[in-house]
Design a protein around this ligand. Structure first.
Ligand SMILES: Nc1ncnc2c1ncn2[C@@H]1O[C@H](COP(=O)(O)OP(=O)(O)O)[C@@H](O)[C@H]1O
Ligand SMILES: [Mg+2]
Length: 504
């Protein structure tokens, strides 16, 4: 078997961080080669090196046995290496075809781009690889899964033989993941090679022909799916046994800290998003909220945080009516809020960590002295969060954007659990994070519950809901359709309830 790509001894250092060291990777042509590792393990750095975005300090890269030097993405593309990034880079106001052409070498297509020629080529690519895309659709009308297909088509349009996908499933729902996997299988059947980055073990076991594990900047092992299992892969990733959440003794208080009574919410266009929601959360309890995305979860969170008013009904947080109490006062009464979109709502990406420690807590101790922000305490407390939540960062002065996704999330969770809040709204707290970070976040949420906090856990991850929740409420079409006991409910029953098929 031919190795289409070989990496040996690759090294990349950043100030204070070894992102890659002693990395070696042998990729067979026509295979799906998965790279797994915890957040911060160095996966994206290696992929950026292979795509010419980052220059390695040392090491050899060979394509078809020939040593190459990748100084820019143009070099990589010329060698047939293409990459789909973790965050898509499509222009919203343009069509699929325009986006595919965008940035292609002028030398190949002429400065006045021959649209019809390009369209023909794109249609052919879509047909050959069975990618369901419409060249004339506007990107703004496309969902995440479709956008990803456009990104893949764009890479193929440029003649890629090796396709790098950096955490492609982090943004997808299960249905879209299986579509992507079908697409990937089709690509390798037609002779392409795929480098598939993930930290989800089920996924790599399902799709990969070979799995290389990275830990702390280095490649530690390679396995074939039939020669390994989830437990071994997880242990190779974290370098030891995983901590597991232990459901502590239940100590649910009689005090209700979140009371939602008959809350409805309609949008300006009259569409009813929430219908008569009743929920009651006590101290010392984790209430899971299950539901297919878009069934009113986001609006419910906004009602609780006082960001929107119910059209009817009431929401009381720690005894405060959310309509008459400003959001700031609700937060200061002891509410931690882990938003579902960490990049948009959880962090200022271009600000250092210590400033991000203050975000949303500008008016509470120890961040503020009167109206003045206290930098010293913010930095001090950021260091505590970094240590307690195992945030991998060289310091608290680095920008939030320099951290990997899982480390960003651990930092947010650490910040929101600071000051021992009574109520924690945790929306998708471990989405897109690796098993190590997930274990830490789960452990900390359980700890908060043990000390008496009430937690509303909004999650699309059924394993997470079953592992943590004392009760699971199911939201469907804006109503709570069932409240289930996780110890007597099967995943199938929960799934059925989420589709509205059964209700209690
Ligand atoms: N441009 C950069 N500057 C400084 N440090 C970086 C940069 N890019 C990555 N790192 C650091 O290198 C390490 C590996 O990061 P990355 O390759 O993104 O990991 P992964 O993709 O496996 O989560 C992390 O500690 C990260 O903070
Ligand atoms: Mg990454």
């Amino acid at each position: 078997m031919v190795n289409i790509l070989e990496v040996d001894g690759v090294e990349k250092k950043y100030p204070g961080v070894i992102a890659n060291q002693g990395v070696s990777l042998h990729v067979r042509e026509g295979s799906i080669h998965a790279i797994i590792g915890e957040n911060g393990a160095g996966k994206s750095t290696l992929m950026k090196i292979l795509y010419g975005l980052v220059r390695p300090d040392a090491g050899v890269i060979k394509v078809f046995d020939r040593e190459v030097s990748l100084k820019s993405p143009q070099d990589a593309i010329a060698l047939g290496i293409g990459m789909v990034h973790q965050h898509f880079k499509l222009a919203d106001n343009a069509t699929v075809l325009e986006n595919v052409i965008l940035g292609s070498e002028p030398s190949r297509f002429g400065f006045a781009i021959k649209f019809e020629e390009a369209r023909k080529k794109l249609v052919e690519i879509a047909h050959t690889y069975q990618l369901d895309i419409d060249p004339d659709e506007s990107i703004s009308n496309l969902g995440v899964g479709e956008r990803q297909r456009v990104e893949i088509a764009k890479v193929l349009f440029r003649g890629a033989k090796i396709l790098i996908l950096d955490e492609p499933t982090a943004v997808l729902v299960p249905q879209e993941v299986s579509e992507l996997f079908t697409n990937l299988r089709e690509l390798v059947n037609k002779g392409l090679t795929v480098l598939f980055i993930s930290h989800k073990l089920d996924e790599v076991l399902a799709i990969a022909d070979e799995i290389t594990i990275m830990r702390q900047g280095t490649t530690v092992a390679s396995r074939k799916p039939h020669d390994t299992n989830k437990k071994e892969l997880a242990e190779l990733m974290v370098g030891g046994e995983l901590p597991r959440p232990k459901a502590g003794a239940q100590n649910i208080s009689s005090k209700s800290i979140l009371t939602i009574k008959g809350a409805s919410y309609s949008r300006a266009d009259g569409r009813e998003i929430l219908r008569g929601v009743n929920l009651d959360l006590h101290g010392g309890e984790i209430l899971g909220l299950a539901g297919v995305e878009g069934n009113g979860q986001s609006e419910l969170i906004e009602l609780i945080m006082g960001l929107m008013r119910p059209s009817s009904g009431t929401v009381e947080v720690l005894g405060l009516n959310t309509v008459t109490t400003p959001t700031r006062d609700i937060r200061n009464a002891g509410v931690g809020y882990i938003p579902q979109d960490r990049q948009r709502d959880g962090l200022l990406m271009s600000a250092p960590l210590w400033e991000n420690r203050i975000l949303g807590h500008q008016f509470s101790q120890p961040m503020a002295k009167g109206i003045w922000v206290n930098k010293g305490s913010a930095a001090e407390d950021s260091k505590r969060v970094v240590a307690e939540f195992d945030v991998r960062t060289p310091g608290v002065n680095v920008l939030a954007s320099a951290l990997s996704g899982g480390n960003q999330q651990k930092f947010i969770v650490g910040r929101e659990l600071s000051g021992d809040p009574h109520l924690i709204i945790a929306a998708q707290p471990t989405r897109g994070v690796d098993v190590g970070a997930q274990a830490i976040i789960w452990e900390q949420l359980m700890k908060a519950r043990t000390r008496g906090a009430g937690i509303l856990l909004i999650s699309a991850d059924l394993e997470e809901l079953f592992s943590l929740s004392d009760r699971i409420a199911v939201i469907y079409g804006g109503s709570i359709v069932s409240i289930l006991n996780p110890s007597t409910t099967t995943a199938e029953d929960l799934g059925l309830a989420m589709t509205g098929a059964i209700s209690a």
